[in-house]
Design a protein around this ligand. Structure first.
Ligand code: C5P
Length: 309
């Protein structure tokens, strides 16, 4: 194994679920999904420094006060899991700089774990290869494999069985960030309860959990106008139920010129699909004028990548 004496810097993207169909809950607590991920230009930067033990520090452009720095942190778990799988006796100091909102429904923690796998793999010179890293990613969490691969992809199973989807050109998104995060398991649990009570706001699980062909065609054509009407998120009703601010942001985004608005993953971040960069900048400015935290990003972008060693 060729070990690196210098720190390794890896960048991994956050994601939006362009489509998120949620099926029934399985005995292991996970739900069957039919989802389409798109990696967007909002990043987590992870630097892996050589160290005898395992430690972690977190800073960021977003509020990081709720991010654990011990073994509850998914990036720390990723580093330990890789060391164990590869028979490495060294440790690592992980320096994480977060650009993706914490508990925002954009897979920021999963991106940290994916970046930690790639960075520690390079630092330690393990010979696990892409397939080995992918297998560890699957064990770490449902969204971690996608953060490794990036681009645009269909996710089935728990969201971890990935098939790359063709997407031409770029899609412009405006994200509306929320000061208060949402717990992913809590949002899934709420959807289950809403469905069990026959709540009219929650759609029943589809018999055929599948991504609509029209959505894949719109991505392939790079056509935001075609994509907008077929976007869907089964978790949305459960995410917005006690959050009138989110309902308002979903409506305001469209009123201000977005093609459509959707909750990203389990929320509370809202993703507004716009016709192009100019339209996105205009929507972002108008949202900021109402005091909201709005960011213009684009997708698809690459998955976890080494920037420098
Ligand atoms: O895999 P990950 O740790 O990211 O998932 C967080 C939580 O989200 C799970 O514990 C589960 O409650 C919920 N989840 C789910 N079905 C999925 C993915 C996630 O119920 N397919």
């Amino acid at each position: 194994m060729a070990r690196h004496p210098d720190p390794v810097h890896v960048r991994a993207p956050g994601k939006i679920n362009v489509y998120l169909g949620v099926g029934p809950r399985h005995d292991d607590g996970y739900h069957a999904l039919a989802t389409v991920f798109q990696a967007v230009s909002l990043y987590e930067d992870v630097r892996a420094h050589p160290s005898a033990g395992f430690s972690l520090e977190v800073s960021g452009d977003v509020d990081v006060t709720d991010v654990p720095t011990d073994d509850r942190n998914l990036a720390m778990r990723a580093a330990r899991m890789l060391a164990h799988a590869a028979g490495v006796n060294d440790g690592v100091h992980l320096e994480i700089r977060k650009g993706v909102p914490v508990a925002g429904g954009m897979g920021g923690g999963s991106a940290d774990a994916a970046a930690a796998l790639v960075a520690c793999d390079a630092l330690w010179g393990t010979e696990l290869g892409p397939r080995g890293l992918h297998e560890l990613a699957v064990r770490l969490g449902a969204d971690v494999p996608f953060a490794l691969h990036g681009g645009t992809a269909v996710g089935t199973g728990r969201g971890d069985v990935l098939t790359p989807a063709l997407a031409r050109g770029r899609f412009d998104w405006v994200l509306v960030l929320s000061a208060q995060g949402l717990s992913t398991p809590a949002v899934y649990g709420r959807l289950d309860r809403m469905r069990a009570h026959g709540d009219a706001l929650a759609d029943d699980p589809l018999d055929m959990l599948d991504v609509p062909v029209a959505l894949l065609q719109a991505l392939r054509a790079g056509d935001a106008q075609e994509l907008a009407p077929v976007m869907m998120n089964d978790l949305e009703a459960a995410a917005v139920i006690d959050r009138p601010d989110l309902e308002l942001a979903l409506a305001d985004g469209v009123r201000m010129g977005a093609l459509t608005s959707i909750v990203s993953g389990s929320g509370p971040t809202i993703a507004l699909l716009c016709a192009g960069p100019d339209a996105a900048r205009a929507v972002q400015e108008e949202l900021r004028a109402t005091g909201r935290d709005a960011l213009h990003v684009h997708g698809p972008v690459a998955g976890a990548q080494i920037l420098s060693t």
